[in-house]
Design a protein around this ligand. Structure first.
Ligand code: TXA
Ligand code: MG
Length: 327
């Protein structure tokens, strides 16, 4: 199969209507999209990604008003949060309606819905009369793509079209939240900081749960959100994650690639370096994270040393990705 890259929204729409896959830009990462209401089309996503079937997909819609077409018993707080954060990097796990095929939800009775904050994705959705199921457009377990080139590197020859929307401006995946009674649980840290969600709901009856690192503690229990799988987002070479001074001392003899927030560290045998934000801005760091990991992965180093980021704001999501890339 020949893979074409371009900006032709009508062509992308036509392929999707025929049940084909199209890689689409979003503000978080690129998605590998199919008609979410067509089980055969969705099956192609799992095959192309090599993704286990129990791992449910996010369904992308044009507008939060469409949530009620695909979900029921939607708590009022969902619309308050959507007013503030949609379109944007926030995904809502809700009770699904039957119109959503089981293959989209891993057989479960909930569906994850999101309005992507990227103009091309929104324009594409407005031309379709179905929503788009889309996981990140990378082989299962590898680093998520944040531009069309990254998608092509890994999926060339396997999909007909990559809709090119430039670099993803958020750079890490959406925050995934679910609802139970008055509890809002963060299933995956992502592009909306938990503090911002907490602030938005502070005057409601809802309380945020599992505020700190909900994701890594749940290994043995049910996989509520398989983004929780411990080894994920992983580069090909070994990545070590922690306090940089300690890592540099421990790996003094190895050929190293360094991933740091804003500081420049020195040491022996450093062959590659990525500083994610010289001015110490966590949004900028998130935007640069996956591109930097790919560059370091191709640097010829024996080991990538990644420092721990501040544990607040988007630092929580960055640390989550690095911690899982290291296991
Ligand atoms: O930013 C994003 O969310 C990107 C773009 C393309 O939208 N998508 C993305 O998809 O990261 P994926 O498949 O790589 O991750 C989806 C996450 C997984 O952690 C999955 O477990 C969770 O959403 N998820 C999907 N449906 C769910 C459900 N019904 N219940 C709980 N978690 C769900
Ligand atoms: Mg993914």
């Amino acid at each position: 199969m020949q893979t074409i890259t371009g900006t032709d929204i009508s062509f992308a729409a036509e392929l999707l209507r025929k049940g084909e896959l199209v890689a689409i830009p979003t503000e978080t990462v690129y998605g590998l999209a199919a008609n979410a209401l067509d089980a055969d089309a969705v099956l192609k996503i799992y095959e192309t990604k090599g993704r286990p079937l129990f791992n449910p997909l996010i369904v992308h819609v044009h507008d939060a008003k469409q949530f009620e077409k695909y979900a029921e018993e939607i708590p009022s707080i969902v619309y308050e949060l959507a007013d503030k954060f949609s379109p944007g990097p926030l995904t809502f796990v809700l009770k699904k309606k039957n119109i959503i095929p089981d293959i989209v939800t891993g057989g479960g009775d909930t569906v994850a819905l999101r309005v992507p904050g990227h103009p091309l994705a929104l324009k594409l959705l407005s031309q379709l009369d179905f929503p788009l199921a889309a996981p990140s457009a990378n082989p299962f377990g590898y680093i998520s793509p944040v531009n069309a080139f990254h998608v092509r590197e890994q999926l060339e020859g396997r999909i007909p079209y990559i809709l090119d929307g430039g670099n993803s401006m958020v750079g890490i995946e959406s925050t995934v939240i679910s609802f139970e009674g008055n509890k809002v649980s963060v299933l995956r840290a992502g592009g909306v900081a938990m503090e911002d969600i907490a602030e938005q709901i502070q005057n409601s009856k809802f309380k945020i749960q599992n505020f700190v690192k909900p994701i890594l503690n749940l290994e043995s229990s049910i996989l509520n959100s398989p983004g929780q799988l411990k080894s994920h987002y992983a580069p090909k070479i070994i990545l070590k994650f922690g306090k940089m001074e300690k890592l540099l001392a421990k790996y003094s003899n190895e050929k190293k690639a360094i991933l740091s927030f804003s500081k420049k560290y020195s040491g022996e045998n450093i062959v590659a370096y990525e500083i994610l934000s010289l001015k110490g801005d966590l949004h900028e760091a998130a935007r640069n994270l996956f591109s930097a990991m790919r560059k370091l992965d191709a640097s010829g180093a024996e080991v990538i040393l990644a420092e721990k980021f501040p544990d607040h704001g988007l630092g929580v999501a960055i640390n989550d990705r690095l911690e899982r890339a290291s296991s």
